[in-house]
Design a protein around this ligand. Structure first.
Ligand code: PEP
Ligand code: MG
Length: 571
């Protein structure tokens, strides 16, 4: 009998095929051994670390061209973790306190994974799996035994609890049609891989996924976020037709991804990428990004014991900017604090981190943190640098931030250096108060970029990290669209441009509405670029404006989605 399971859509497309259950390798988490003298244990640990490093280096060399840059970045991060002085200090201290190398390594890495899992941000929760993966590798090198994963020899839809990076390396992608997960989430490693490879994927299907017998025929629908087990003939025929249409559309989109973003009537729309590392920058350029609309800089601040220095930041910005070859880049100053704590900040825990001391609120409490970042950014002299401030709520904040920039420019010029010639200063619109008073902000900033992830969470009072209410925070809700429209109508008369850098920008359903509302730039995950460019080529400015006006009049996000389907131009 046919059965449907619903989860969270992770990566679009339809996969049809027999099911294959991927067992998570049970490595050596439970393995413990008898402590010997600390010097012997330290030597064992050193040898295991060296072996793990060699293994990772070999995989990286081997897979350089086979794996997407995001996966390579995770493996590179694991390499760095093996040399993390803070972690090694903890492990060594535990060894000297009498623990074996395995126990010391396991408990220190467990602590990091637990810290990451406890953070509300799903991105960091997903990184816990990466930490556990490197934990396993070292434990195996210390003498534990890991089970080898068994893979299918013919094409299958992969079912798993979740995927860890080391599985990804050995996964025979040519035989994987799609990925269905019991857990996982929008930023898990499996998602990154599936999106980069264009594999349909669904997460959060729950324990019911375990009930699917191996080789059972399934349809995995990455757009709707569901899996149909044992489909009847009519469902199968319909799914095959949808799949064929999807493949054709993907092929056409990839062939034209390098062309500039524009509408059917030639109106230019800048299509940019959201990035958070040098590997992302490479992926963005490859995917046809015309610039970077959001460089998230949190990665510089987390998982460490001291804040990053000007020199350290400068080197990383230089590396990323060089890869962008002159394309404009919007760098967002740190959005840490609140739900993304850093131990060295000594911030007290908060009952509502999303309403607490995060981003520029933290900068106002600890200005030296911000000054260091501004100094590093300005010193790059990157001609098309744009600096953007997150979580701005009041005019007083943006005046204060501009003063900090002016002071940083003065410090730079006093050293005989010149600031970036095309420097622009902008703000994110993530708080409804900022959207509603956009005309006042337009007098102080050069541009706006709308963070629809937070704007939706604050407008609909729905915590974006709580699965129980996450669906409420749909950024296509007409209330959010009206705020976006208000920002554009305040910004354009003042000569300011407006981008969208929340997830909504990379949603092919939303893109024509945003353009119809007058948005000048859409910034999204690199992998979303070809499809969004392809969709926009089907719309004229007039048709998109008409669609947007109708969308503003709807009563719900669902109604807006239906409207787009109904008004889709047929070419
Ligand atoms: C947003 O809020 O839409 C955004 C882009 O910022 P982040 O997702 O990093 O909070
Ligand atoms: Mg945000």
């Amino acid at each position: 009998m046919s059965q449907r399971l619903s989860g969270i859509p992770l990566s679009p497309g339809i996969a049809i095929g027999p099911a294959w259950w991927l067992e998570t390798p049970v490595a050596t988490t439970g393995h413990s051994d008898i402590p010997r003298n600390p010097e012997t244990e330290r030597a064992r640990l050193e040898a295991a670390r060296e072996q793990a490093k060699r293994e990772l280096a070999a995989i990286l060399a081997d897979q350089q061209h086979a794996l997407p840059p995001e996966s390579l970045a995770i493996l590179e991060a694991q390499q760095l973790m093996l040399d993390d002085p803070d972690l090694l200090q903890h492990v060594t201290a535990a060894i000297h306190a009498g623990q074996s190398a395995s126990d010391a390594w396991r408990s220190a890495t467990d602590a990091i994974a637990a810290q990451l899992s406890a953070l509300p941000d799903p991105y960091f929760q997903a990184r816990a799996a990466d930490v556990r993966d490197i934990q396993q590798r070292v434990l195996r090198c210390l003498g534990g035994v890991a089970e080898e994963a068994v893979y299918p020899t013919t094409p299958h839809v992969l079912l798993a609890d979740d995927l860890v990076p080391s599985q990804t390396v050995t996964l025979p992608l040519d035989r994987i049609l799609g990925i269905a997960l019991v857990g996982g989430g929008p930023t898990s490693h499996a998602t990154i891989l599936a999106r980069a490879r264009g594999l349909p994927a669904v997460a959060g299907l729950g324990r019911a996924l375990h009930m699917i017998a191996p080789e059972t025929l399934v349809i995995l629908d990455g757009d709707r976020g569901e899996i149909i087990v044992n489909p009847d003939e009519a469902t199968l025929v319909e799914a095959r037709a949808q799949q064929a249409a999807w493949h054709a559309a993907q092929k056409a989109a990839a062939a034209t991804a390098a062309e500039p973003g524009q509408l059917a009537d030639g109106t230019r729309i800048e299509i940019a990428a959201n990035i958070g590392s040098a590997a992302d920058a490479r992926a963005a350029v490859q995917a046809g990004a015309e610039g970077v609309g959001l460089l998230r800089t949190e990665f510089l601040y987390l998982d460490r014991v001291t804040p990053p220095s000007t020199e350290e930041q400068f080197a990383i910005y230089q590396e990323i900017f060089t890869l962008l070859e002159g394309r404009p880049v919007v760098v967002r100053t740190f959005d840490i604090g609140g739900d993304k704590p850093a131990p060295y900040l000594s911030l007290p825990p908060e009952a509502n981190p999303f309403l607490g001391v995060r981003a520029i609120r933290l900068a106002r409490q600890q200005p030296a943190l911000l000054d260091t970042q501004l100094d590093a950014l300005l010193r790059t002299g990157y001609p098309t640098l744009r600096i953007m401030f997150p979580m701005v709520a009041t005019i007083a904040e943006i005046h204060w931030l501009r003063e900090r920039v002016d002071a940083a420019i003065a410090r730079l010029t006093s050293q005989g250096l010149t600031p970036p010639p095309g420097l622009q200063i902008g703000m994110m619109v993530e708080i409804p108060a900022a959207a509603l008073l956009a005309e006042h902000f337009a007098a102080v900033v050069d541009f706006f970029s709308i963070g629809t992830n937070d704007l939706a969470q604050y407008t609909l009072a729905a915590d974006r990290t709580n699965p129980a209410v996450a669906a409420l925070a749909d950024a296509l809700h007409p209330a959010v669209l009206r705020l976006i429209q208000h920002v554009v109508s305040a910004a354009h008369p003042a000569g300011r441009w407006v981008g969208v850098c929340g997830e909504l920008a990379g949603d092919p359903v939303a893109a024509p509405i945003l353009v119809g509302l007058g948005i000048d730039e859409l910034s999204m995950a690199p992998a979303a670029i070809p499809a969004v460019k392809a969709v926009l080529r089907q719309w004229t400015r007039d048709a998109a404006e008409h669609l947007a006006q109708e969308a503003l009049r709807q009563e719900s996000a669902e109604a807006v989605r239906q409207l787009v389907q109904a008004m889709m131009p047929h070419r």
